[in-house]
Design a protein around this ligand. Structure first.
Ligand SMILES: C[S@@+](CC[C@H](N)C(=O)[O-])C[C@H]1O[C@@H](n2cnc3c(N)ncnc32)[C@H](O)[C@@H]1O
Length: 311
């Protein structure tokens, strides 16, 4: 049921090109720094709005979206034990970004393979694994699109974090993803998905920390991730993203829109079922189980959905 507030918040994009605007301001002499200019003029290689400029800067993403990966992995491990009949050794991470999880998973005894659409992310993650002295039998990363990426050698479990699955927006893409994931997992394999559902009231998307700051030795960042409106009809959650980078005296600004799937719990359940999964548990960010009688909406924040392959 669409309520009045949501109706008011429906807006449409003018054109796909509206969504990527890059503004570069250089404090110093712009032309002298080819490296930065080249980075900023990388054209999207795909005619696909999931290919965002921000993800061409994995170094900054890595610091801006850092998280307590070890706590997450301990939680995943508990879920693997609790919900799967398979002894988990091989773990897959679609849309792995800079590989935060990949470099730690082997410490827990897992072989980890990640893939990402963005070659810059893949290159960065590869370098990171190399720096952590991981060999390809412990962890690896490759390019791939979660829409249709599948593997002959099956995995025991998989996970995808921070609403990365939302970059698949159409029903067709999402169902295709679940299908290939089921084909890539062993029977009763577990797939953990972190997403947040649509809020009953879009005002609840507003967070006090929409803007945050990162300070590192050589650079500092100001970031805003503001969810401003829903397109209910197209099931899109619209995010305005801004980042100001101060790196070694240069200031760079990125402004771009991110369109993500607007998840409605019943639909998500149907999509995962169509691929051959059932939802066996739902947990909040404190890893507490959500009781079955509680409505699953965005007001609960980002949730971990534990899916089990049923075929
Ligand atoms: C928000 S980042 C999350 C990265 C990582 N999952 C994490 O937890 O830090 C989203 C990532 O999804 C990737 N991505 C977007 N669409 C994709 C697709 N269709 N297939 C694979 N990766 C995709 C982006 O390149 C980006 O690295």
């Amino acid at each position: 049921m669409i309520n009045d507030i949501e109706k008011k918040d429906i807006r449409y994009f003018q054109s796909p090109n509206d969504q990527q605007i890059i503004i570069t301001e250089l404090k110093n002499d712009v032309a002298s720094d080819k490296r930065i200019l080249e980075d900023l003029t990388i054209e999207p290689k795909l005619n696909d709005n999931s290919f965002h400029k921000f993800y061409n800067f994995p170094k900054y993403y890595d610091k801006a979206f850092t998280r307590d990966v070890k706590s997450d992995i301990s939680f995943f491990k508990k879920c693997f034990h609790q919900y799967s009949n398979v002894e988990v050794k091989r773990v897959l991470e679609p849309a792995c970004g800079p590989g935060m999880f990949l470099e730690i998973l082997p410490e827990y005894g897992y072989y980890a393979l990640g893939y990402d659409l963005n070659p810059a992310m893949v290159e960065y993650a590869k370098e990171k694994l190399k720096r952590s002295n991981m060999n390809a039998n412990q962890a690896d990363v490759i390019e791939g699109n979660m829409k249709n990426m599948k593997f002959d050698e099956k995995f025991d479990a998989a996970f995808i974090c921070i609403n990365s699955l939302g970059y698949l927006r159409s029903e067709e893409e999402i169902c295709s993803h679940f299908k290939v994931m089921a084909e890539s997992l062993k029977p009763s394999g577990i797939y953990i998905i972190e997403i947040s559902c649509k809020c009953d009231d879009i005002k609840n998307e507003k967070k006090f920390d929409d803007t945050w700051y990162v300070k590192e030795e050589n650079f500092d960042l100001e970031l805003t991730w503001a969810i401003n409106w829903y397109d209910i009809e197209k099931r899109i959650r619209h995010v305005d993203f801004h980042m100001v980078i101060n790196d070694n005296g240069y200031t760079t600004k990125i402004e771009e829109a991110h369109e993500l799937r607007l998840w409605i719990f019943d639909e998500f359940k149907q999509f995962s079922k169509s691929g051959g999964f059932e939802i066996v548990g739902i947990y909040n960010q404190n890893y507490e189980k959500i009781a079955e009688n509680i409505p699953i909406t965005g007001e609960l924040g980002a949730l971990f959905f534990i899916l089990k392959k049923i075929i």
